[in-house]
Design a protein around this ligand. Sequence first.
Ligand code: NAD
Ligand code: TYD
Length: 351
Amino acid sequence: MKKNILITGGAGFIGSHVVRLFVNKYPEYHIINLDALTYAGNLENLKDIDSKPNYTFVKGDITDMNFIHDLFKEFQFDGVLHLAAESHVDRSISDPMAFITTNIIGTVNLLNAAREIWKDSFETKRFYHISTDEVYGSLGETGKFLETTPYDPRSPYSASKASSDHLVRAYFHTYKMPVILSNCSNNYGANQFPEKLIPLVINNIKNSKPLPIYGKGENVRDWLFVEDHALAIDLIYHKGRIGETYNIGGNNEWANIDLVRKLCDIMDKKMAQEIGTSQKLITFVKDRAGHDLRYAIDATKIKNELGWEPSIQFEEGFEQTIDWYLNNTEWLENILSGDYEKYYEQQYEKR
Ligand code: NAD
Ligand code: TYD
């Protein structure tokens, strides 16, 4: 009998890399990918594995309590990797409610279903909640986030993720649910929706459109290649200790302006144009409300306990990412129609 493993949000950016890794690496698992296919979910991300015998896609919404309960009953999951979320800070500023329902209520629905269906078999089960470093708030110029750093979320997105993290831990302490958590820094790589900084900049350079930098571009993010995140998730799911939290980071801090300049130079080379051409597109626009200054992860715990470190250095990951977006024009074109256009106008026209 194969083990039934539920992965939520598997049609999204990080989720699709995790689903692919698990489907290919563990033929003894039956992977059930549950995704509502919001604007951010895209089954094209998984077309290379969607006919594998150990993979099933289910379209459904984690905010639907009865549906989630029935799904747990039907599949009797052995484990859960929970990635489904509303994930974009800018959208959380203009529409917080979707973040509250999906990130908080949706997580509680999964916890409740697992608690009920697993009640006599907690010791063989595992509920893994995937979260973000943004729950720790904003750093000054020095220091890094540790697993023990107090939570201080400052956007509706990070507050909703923090809330879900607290609930997952509460179910561990109160009901002895077999939970495990990780908090990761900014990811980049193939299949990221092009409203996040890196794919947005690549796409705009390709189309000679302005590159919007919020404020002065001084905000710092710690960038991790998405496939390294998927490898960390695999390790934590199988070897992490129940009740524990693991921070995951790229040890790779960039101020936004330096990152965008770097992308510009690589793109100039790839597009066989004079170095400096793309940098002329950089445009400073109105800052994001409550824009966190700096995120940086101390990933010592996962390195010491599980032996994980990022395997791809930034230069290589960056080249690969740019090549992917340049070679997958159809993937990009399919997204850039209709709703994306509307979002882009609303987000950037008034800045
Ligand atoms: P994403 O927005 O690309 O994908 C989210 C997926 O969840 C989409 O496929 C979407 O359709 C699905 N979804 C949304 N609402 C749903 C609902 N109500 N029911 C079922 N499915 C729903 O996000 P991502 O960047 O892949 O992030 C995945 C997870 O990792 C999130 O929990 C996020 O908080 C966390 N995370 C992301 C980053 C990052 O840099 N992107 C960093 C650290 C942690
Ligand atoms: P983003 O990719 O939205 O990730 P997050 O807000 O979760 O860190 O943004 C990364 C950084 O880039 C963040 O500091 C905001 C900034 N940014 C811009 O300067 N311009 C943009 O158009 C976008 C989307 C982001």
